[in-house]
Ligand binder design. Sequence first.
Ligand code: TUI
Length: 297
Amino acid sequence: MAWVSTAELAAAVSEAGGLGIIGSGQAPPDWVRGQVRRARELTARPFGVNVMLRSPFVDAVMQVLLEERVPVITTGAGNPGKYLPDLQAAGIRVIPVVSSVALAKRLVRSGVDALVAEGMESGGHVGELGTLPLVPQIVDAVNVPVIAAGGIFDGRGLAAALMLGAAGVQMGTRFMCATECTIHPAVKEMIIRAKDRDTVVTGRPTGHPVRVLRNKLSRQFEELESRCAPVEELEKLGTGRLKAAMVDGDVEYGSVMAGQVSAMVREIQPAREIIRDVVRGAAELLSRAGQWVVARE
Ligand code: TUI
């Protein structure tokens, strides 16, 4: 959610009863500090910051988060092991995002507080497994709370995730169309128009597959990948494209990272309404779940 989940959105989610997360992506440490302070002005409730472990500024960003005593850190795109001792000594809860059982087990042995198990339905950097097989495998392998992510849009998704053994859900794509989300309106419009097969995973040859909405850039990637272009060429094509989409609204040549539930997003809504819809929807479904139980002798 780099360039997408800024202080405004994170604070709105926390105000509405969720745990808002600021996406720090590849942003410099001063920007991250500014966002944390802005979120604190907007809400007295806890919020978190996601650290993208492949950021060139990762060490400095972690230092800022330690200094600012941010209560929760989630991490993506790597193994946060080396930062754990300092973060936990400062009382910060660390919740890595993982897409495999092996990394989940390793991180739990290192002492993480919880995990986000993220299926490949999600937007941005993705693993190989879908949410439905990934979540129960991680739930069975670890003894910390597991938060499900990837492909979750409404009460049906939350109820399903709880049935898989998850303690909660992480949602990104639907919040891209939250009123409080500061991304360019052209991106919100593109998500609202998206249909079921409008996302595609590019970048597999680089070892960092990324799910995006199809556009001219994704077709350029597919063309380069089909003729086995060098990884450097693919990486060069992707540089700076996430910001171009999210901040400048370049929905043709920008990297519009978004998940498969883009097709389900139909309107721009305040974060509070989104959370209410998801929670009420799940409560209603679960209260009727007994109907599936057939009396046995
Ligand atoms: O991190 C994300 N989503 C992202 S990050 C991003 S920006 C980016 N820039 C350059 C390269 C790649 C991405 C856009 N979207 N989601 C959480 C997530 N993390 N999903 C999967 C993983 C993951 C993958 C491999 C976590 C750990 C991992 O293991 C690496 C290791 O060191 O074992």
